[in-house]
Write a protein that binds this ligand. Structure first.
Ligand SMILES: *Cc1c(COP(=O)(O)O)cnc(C)c1O
Length: 504
């Protein structure tokens, strides 16, 4: 039983029986502050030790499907349990099923870090538990969000005319941005729905993220309302193909709703020709949305500006600090130059949410679907202050250097091939020994992936390029260092050569 529900504890603190009946929780019904202090210290100590020693654990959880569920009672406890036992249960029942995104060898998908300052900010925002739906429901949460959105906008070199707002994920940021684009293309839809209107389309490359197609589903444009444009040899949207698609669709009465440029695609981190796309968007009066969920972090570096040239003309841009800006999940920034339009798309204010200061202050609920909003700006503020712009640039630059060094090593080694340019910190590659058919190469590379991941110190993921299975190394974790990539290389070589021996 936990102390808050322990009747003897109340007797000891000298309460009368009668009082207990009228007010069973005279000191509040939550965990007592002294207990919180004690357990809180335990938790912080545990986190610090976890961060220190995470490299000693296998990066992938070593459990079978269902194993974690079986270790947890199917029913919630009737009586409260002591916090010490709950934390013990966390260590023994939950931790074995954790995949360690904090492990330096986590090179799959996009490696990320919550970072110390980010975790501390997250703890405080959990403690404050404010809901920043209105300015009034927590002025600091609203105003800090406005300020840090401006900080990040400036750090990325986006124009000052852009308004920024924090959403949970890039998927939802893109949904919100594309909803505004649809509102511009079909103003009557907000009231009357899409029924009976001529069809509209969003244009994105074949390499664009699935969230764009999901937005098409959610916005009533359908999957066919997202036209996939072919890519060139470097996996960038083919501008000529985009122009022909727009022309063809227009001749059939299909209305363009938005162009989506991806800066840092999920497979290869390729960057679409955003400057040319901005020109087409402007000529056709179409909304330009830029998905820079991961790649946007590269914009902090002057030497990478060529990839971003033209994105300042976008109508909306999404960038995820929870991907490559050391902020705990979740935190996605949506920037738009059409603040009023975004508000017109979503704002719906019932009487009980009206405030007299509404015309002088920002009501964050007006810029998306959710009413309730977490205080995500706090952790981002901590991260930006703790590392500073200069510290962020050095870390991003270091990740890019690690990835490029790894790519050079693959290029110099016999039988390995880098399959896509490396603009940022992600390398896509393949083992290609001579004399094997494509299907055999796919199976071999899958076996290498499984073999490396089974060793426990490196976690890689895969992708498919032109139908070929490729391996990916993505550096984005603050704990990843040169030695990690040495280990990765050793594991790849040993597993690949071992398999090749068996293959013959
Ligand atoms: C990761 C990613 C997304 C999705 O991000 P979420 O925040 O998980 O929704 C969207 N676009 C690109 C290019 C991505 O890399």
């Amino acid at each position: 039983m936990n102390p808050a529900d322990d009747p003897s504890a109340r007797v000891e603190s000298g309460e009368e029986g009668e009082e207990i009946q009228t007010d069973p929780f005279p000191h509040g019904a939550d965990m007592p502050p002294e207990e919180f202090r004690l357990q809180g210290h335990e938790v912080v100590d545990w986190i610090a030790e976890y961060f220190r020693a995470v490299e000693d654990t296998p990066v992938l959880a070593q459990v079978q499907p269902g194993e974690i569920r079986e270790g947890i009672p199917a029913r919630a406890p009737e009586r409260g349990e002591p916090m010490g036992e709950i934390l013990q249960g966390f260590r023994t029942s939950i931790m074995p099923g954790i995949t360690h995104w904090n492990h330096p060898g986590f090179l799959a998908y996009f490696g990320i870090s919550g970072s110390g300052p980010g975790v501390l900010g997250e703890m405080l925002s959990a403690a404050l538990n404010v809901n920043a739906m209105l300015w009034r429901t927590s002025p600091a949460a609203t105003e800090l969000e406005e300020v840090v959105a401006g900080w990040v906008r400036d750090l990325l070199g986006l124009p000052e005319t852009m308004f920024g707002i924090i959403q949970d994920t890039a998927s939802n940021s893109s949904l919100v941005a594309l909803a505004a684009a649809r509102h511009r293309a079909y103003p009557q839809v907000r009231k009357a729905g899409l029924f009976g209107l001529p069809p509209g389309r969003i244009y994105a490359s074949e390499e664009a993220h699935s969230s764009i197609e999901k937005a098409g589903i959610a916005l009533g444009l359908g999957q066919e309302g997202v036209r996939r444009i072919p890519v060139d040899g470097a996996f960038r949207l083919d501008v000529g193909a985009l122009e022909s698609a727009l022309q063809e669709d227009r001749s059939q009465g299909i209305r363009p709703v938005a162009l989506v440029a991806t800066l840092g695609t999920t497979s290869t981190t390729s960057c679409d020709p955003v400057e040319a796309m901005a020109r087409i968007a402007s000529e056709t009066g179409t909304w330009l949305h830029v998905d820079a969920a991961y790649g946007g972090a590269g914009a902090v570096l002057p030497e990478l500006q060529s990839y971003f040239r033209g994105w300042e003309a976008a109508d909306s841009v999404v960038f995820n600090p929870h991907k490559w800006l050391f902020t705990p999940v979740d935190c996605s920034l949506l920037f738009t130059r059409h603040r009023q339009l975004l508000q017109d798309t979503f704002s719906l204010v019932p009487e009980y949410l009206r405030t007299e200061e509404a015309d002088r202050t920002t009501q964050l609920m007006d810029y998306g679907l959710a009413l309730g909003r977490r205080f995500r700006a706090l952790k981002l503020w901590f991260v930006l202050r703790y590392f500073g712009s200069e510290g962020i640039r050095r870390r991003i630059r270091h990740h890019i250097a690690l990835a490029n060094h790894f790519a050079r090593r693959l290029e110099e080694a016999p039988r390995w091939r880098v399959m896509a340019p490396v603009p940022f910190s992600t390398v896509v590659f393949r083992f290609v020994p001579a004399g094997l058919e494509e299907v055999e190469l796919d199976r071999l590379n899958q076996a290498i992936l499984d073999g490396v991941n089974a060793r426990g110190r490196i976690f890689l993921s895969h992708t498919s390029l032109e139908g070929r299975l490729c391996l990916r190394v993505a550096v984005g974790n603050l704990r990843t260092h040169a030695g990690t990539l040495e280990n990765c290389w050793t594991d790849l070589q040993e597993v690949a050569l071992g398999l090749l021996g068996e293959w013959d």
